[in-house]
Design a protein around this ligand. Sequence first.
Ligand code: WTA
Length: 654
Amino acid sequence: MSNEVLSNLMGESDSFPPDQDFAAQANATAALYDEADADREEFWASQAGRLHWDTNWSQVLDWSDAPFAKWFVGGRLNVAYNCVDRHVDDGHGDQVAIHWVGEPGDSRDITYAQLKTDVSKAANALESLGLRPGDRVAIQLPMIPEAIVSMLACARLGLTHSVVFGGFSPAALRSRVDDAAARLVITSDGQYRRGKAAPMKENIDEALAGSESVEKVLVVKRTDTEVPWTEGRDLWWHELVDAQSGEHTPQAFDSEHPLFILYTSGTTGKPKGILHTSGGYLTQAAYTHNVVFDHKPGKDVYWCTADIGWVTGHSYIVYGPLANRATQVVYEGTPNTPHEGRHWEIVQKYKVSIYYTAPTLIRTFMKWGAQIPQGYDLSSLRVLGSVGEPINPEAWLWYRENIGAGKAPIVDTWWQTETGAIMISPLPGVTATKPGSAQKALPGISAKVVDETATEVAHGSGGYLVLDKPWPAMLRGIWGDEQRFRDTYWSRFADEGCYFAGDGAKYDADGDIWLLGRVDDVMNVSGHRISTTEVESALVSHPSVAEAAVVGASDETTGQGIVAFVILRGNVVADEAGSEEAIAALRNHVAKEIGPIAKPRQIMVVPELPKTRSGKIMRRLLRDVAENREVGDVTTLADSSVMGLISAGLKDGK
Ligand code: WTA
């Protein structure tokens, strides 16, 4: 990347120093960095003290069989005891653990004492089915309390859960069930989506036809939908679980006992089963939830809007917050059901103080307009989080201004399914935040930006993001595929023993880290490396653009040409904004923001963008459009009609 392009980018770096009052009460202090630098293992040993161990470990880290790490070697603990019973034993049984809000308007407040009973009953039920430690259980459930209870019941028994997102197709579920050889599947009759009950059990039956591993299917009644039933295999949750005793004595498991497998897509077709274990994972989930969100048990009301089917739901709805005795909101539905103010109505009602969401949703809120959150009392909010993709400065500033009253610190948290917990993020009360930058590896974590030869790049330059030291919540492998684990993450910088995250990043002049998107999303235009994210960010900073997706389309002259797809803001008339002059103005705007080299070759105004169910833009499909190819496989789209809308719009000449 040319220096000219970089210096233009650096122009973005406004910075917001921490508020004095916030800093005075913050969980994190600048001294944490020094403490961790002085002795990393000692630092993690003290963080592990956040948990209850039945047997202490004899060694903090065993890295002798790298890249397979063992953390807190010889230690034994029960993860569910740590997330539930412990708080009841400490006298907090009456504290609400979960304010659950159903999409149709029903709700439940579940205390830690109630959660302990619910998890114990579920654990007794699973034991009665003959499941034994180490067995795998697949869970496909909507965002209902039973989803959390099921995960914790598995953890309590040493069963390894594999949660599969509720929107995945039967084929996707089947491949995951087969890969892990799950003995039990936990699901529901149906799920509420945008105000309607959609069937779920039906898909499960289709998925499991002829399955060799699955013995039982446990079904939660949620929507009261008629379901097909296989006698001898299917069981109702309310019949089996409700009848159990609410007492269950947890047993301690080895620190390295497998806690869960979570499948994530790679660059090839077959999803990878990312394996996480117990002691190290829970230590880092609890530590990060405490310092990154400044969480105060018994005082804060925390809300992470992720789905339990993704790693964010695992680490920042279930394990981290519950280990830290959080009171949290869990919401079942979509953000615009029944109206676009739903999230803010919930924030107001429960006085949510910490709110953690994804940039794609923030940009959607921007599109809906600031007048919507303005209609609610959001004064309880004191920390805002972002995760999942680089957040463009425009969305960051909008979030701070309109949701955080121009005051709440924003923590832009970089991490992955593979890292298990947050790795790079500002610390609220400590870091002067910069819109668009995740900034620094957390105390105890080491991340570097390096070039092709694994040499750290200079400040002001870009390269590959690597993690050069093992961390407690790191993946312990890919389920059943040791070689793929080595090849995928450890081969590119093998000599240096670095984990390659697959992301591009750069240091700014201060040495802060800016994530630039997946390396495969980096375009090469006339020999210049330009990130799709940077161009998207530039486009979104124009007043008429709500959202943008950029792809590199092959170009005879320049290698790749930049093609942008933009959604306009609600108040802009499409015909006018799609006019030649308006498009030229947008192209010039990008040139102004980044440099002439980043000017899109083509800009298309579209009504929607193709996104996966986890909210990631499927650039592959847009590349097909940009390169005039037939559009490829759309089965993983959240809404499969989007590509039709895009093509129809383009044919209409819009
Ligand atoms: C991207 C989600 C920039 C990144 C927790 C990573 C981010 C991938 C950020 C992992 C962020 C996540 N800034 N990029 N704050 N957070 N990413 O496994 O490309 O669903 O490699 O985990 O999301 O996605 P995953």
